[in-house]
Design a protein around this ligand. Structure first.
Ligand SMILES: [Fe+2]
Length: 306
């Protein structure tokens, strides 16, 4: 007689597997494995894969591992396109709703989003007003704003680690032969009023790598590989929780269909066109020029991650 997975007199495989973890000393590891096995077995019962489909899954995961090198992490990319990276980030970024008065005053903390694969350990320190565009391509853009607390107080000396793709949609580390190291990157320190400014180019949307198994997955499902234009930031200030986030360009293609599901509505900004010749001259920009403004609000460290 065939095994009947619904027969209460049979010991279902899931129960035997769960029992095998009963003596796991680390309670968190036991909890994770128990829930993983429950979900995984329920998934298999739900979809009833053929042996060929099971083998295809094994082959896909194997090739995903083979695609990983010390400069490429295909499993993270897989996590990204399945929305898991953003979900993990969001789960760890949950907070109680802000007080209505703080929310109305615009002092709610800035939302975080995924780090992404193109951060480098140390961005080159630059002075306020410097440009991070070392190649002179693209549409010049002034990026300005302030860093403040959830109480509305400025954070002088806050640091802003910035990185972005160039006007062709590539990071410096992707094109070491064509872009100087540090192109599109800078480490800035906010002034005595918590304000920052730097010059750059309007970033461009770009595709995630598609020459590996994740690219196969996207093609098999008719999905595009593009991320909308954005600038990455890590904003830090003493006594405050560091913020890793991205600011998105409002009119960028793919703003509503990010391949890695990382766009948050409140992180989207217009890149304005500024008709102010005096300001253009002051910042060393042509007139009119483009400007992206964003204020970062950091929460006190003691409220973080409790
Ligand atoms: Fe990026």
């Amino acid at each position: 007689m065939a095994n009947d997975l619904t027969d209460p007199t049979e010991v279902a495989p899931v129960d035997a597997v769960l029992a095998s973890f009963a003596r796991t000393p680390d309670p968190r590891l036991r909890e994770i494995l128990t829930r993983l096995v429950r979900h995984l077995h329920a998934f298999v019962v739900d979809i009833e894969p053929t042996m060929a489909e099971w083998q295809a899954a094994i082959d896909f995961l194997t090739s995903t591992g083979h695609a990983c090198t010390d400069r490429r992490q295909e499993f993270i990319l897989l996590s990204d396109v399945l929305g898991v990276s953003t979900l993990v980030e969001s789960v760890n970024d949950r907070r109680p709703d802000p007080a209505p008065a703080a929310a109305a005053a615009g002092q709610d903390r800035t939302e975080s989003t995924v780090l992404g694969p193109f951060h480098v350990v140390s961005s080159p320190p630059r002075a306020l007003g410097d440009t991070i565009d070392l190649t002179g391509g693209g549409t010049p853009c002034l990026v300005t704003g302030e860093v403040r607390t959830t109480d509305g107080q400025p954070l002088p000396g806050a640091t802003l680690d910035v990185w972005q793709a160039d006007d062709q949609g590539f990071y410096d580390v992707q094109q070491p032969e064509e872009q100087p190291a540090g192109n599109g990157r800078g480490l800035f320190t906010a002034d005595a009023d918590g304000r920052f400014r730097f010059r750059s180019v309007v970033p461009r949307h770009y595709p995630i790598p598609t020459d590996g198994p994740v690219g196969d997955l996207l093609r098999a499902t008719g999905r595009h590989a593009n991320r909308p234009a954005h600038i990455h930031f890590i904003v830090a200030a003493e006594g405050h929780r560091s913020l890793t986030t991205q600011i998105y360009v409002a009119d960028s293609p793919y703003i509503d269909s990010d391949a890695v599901f990382a766009v948050k509505r409140r992180l989207v900004r217009e890149v304005e066109t500024v008709h102010d010749p005096a300001a253009a001259a002051r910042h060393g920009l042509p007139s009119p020029f483009r400007q992206l403004r964003f204020d970062f609000v950091l929460e006190p460290a003691e409220e973080a991650g409790a």
